[in-house]
Design a protein around this ligand. Structure first.
Ligand SMILES: C[S@@+](CC[C@H](N)C(=O)[O-])C[C@H]1O[C@@H](n2cnc3c(N)ncnc32)[C@H](O)[C@@H]1O
Length: 270
């Protein structure tokens, strides 16, 4: 159940689902999903015994790319999503999975800012919140709520727009007015046409430290392919592997990762 009245917009994402869904499966979104998957699997492998069935909460899971992937890997996944259209898409995707996977996934309509309404504190080993904080006006309160959902030693995985590098997208596209304006801003207009918020690494690092889930690792996501069009399709498998290898390397290497479009922050609950 959503905390508000049915139909209330709880997120700055409202109305953007058709445009977001159109970009899925193209090069740009594939790089994002693949990089996040590799980085997340690396962090999970570093923190939990091999084969442990983890309790995972995916807040703002959207179409459910990571949620379904993790369920296929044997974990128990709860998806919390505020947008009815996105929830429908995720449910459709889930219905195509074998019964053993379907029964490990629970999808709930609700606001990620109200996790305390839906779940008991400490009830998850991993909490994901990917591509959501930009639509939230008060991210600190939401992040604190997500951290409370974690058991001790649990992993919080945040994917946010990088406010320290907002001039990169317009600058590398030759839009100099927008590039100059971006230096002093933490707002930007995204590919979906929405004016949204970006986050700074230093500020989120301080937030995570303050809520007892200090930052343990961070990565850049989409260093080289941020300006690829949403409609650009996947190249051959061999070429895609090279793109991913270059992005993966940049995403974990200074100074490249600092100017990535997205930052993947991993905090661990003390
Ligand atoms: C850009 S999509 C990302 C989907 C998915 N997490 C991914 O990374 O592919 C953002 C999703 O977050 C959801 N969302 C935004 N604000 C939310 C909130 N306050 N509570 C729950 N879901 C939210 C949107 O409805 C949308 O499905």
């Amino acid at each position: 159940m959503s905390a508000g009245r049915p139909g209330d917009a709880v997120s700055g994402f409202s109305g953007a689902s058709p445009a977001w869904l159109k970009g899925l499966g193209g090069l740009r979104n594939t790089v994002r999903q693949e990089l996040v998957a590799r980085q997340l699997d690396e962090q999970i492998a570093a923190r939990f015994p091999v084969g442990q069935r983890l309790r995972i909460l995916d807040v703002g899971m959207g179409q459910g790319t990571q949620a379904l992937r993790l369920a296929r890997a044997g974990h128990t996944v709860t998806g919390l999503e505020s947008d009815a259209d996105m929830l429908r898409v995720a449910r459709e995707a889930l219905s195509g999975e074998p019964a053993g996977i379907r029964e490990r996934v629970r999808l709930i309509e609700g606001n990620g800012q109200d996790t305390g309404v839906h779940f008991l504190p400490g009830s998850f080993d991993v909490v994901l919140c990917h591509g959501v904080l930009m639509y939230v006006q008060e991210p600190d309160a939401m992040v604190a709520g997500l951290a409370r959902m974690l058991a001790p030693g649990g992993l919080l995985s945040l994917l946010v727009r990088n406010a320290d590098a907002l001039a990169m997208r317009p600058g590398t596209a030759g839009d100099w007015d927008a590039a100059l304006a971006a230096f002093d801003s933490d707002r930007y207009t995204n590919r979906l046409g929405l004016s949204v918020r970006a986050d700074r690494l230093d500020a989120l690092t301080a937030t995570l430290a303050g809520i007892a889930a200090p930052l343990r690792a961070w990565y850049g996501v989409r260093v080289f392919t941020d300006n690829v069009g949403n409609d650009v399709e996947l190249p051959s498998a061999a070429e895609l592997e090279r793109v991913l290898a270059a992005e993966d390397r940049a995403g974990r290497t200074d100074p490249y990762r600092s100017v990535a479009a997205l930052l993947h922050l991993c905090g661990v609950r003390g």
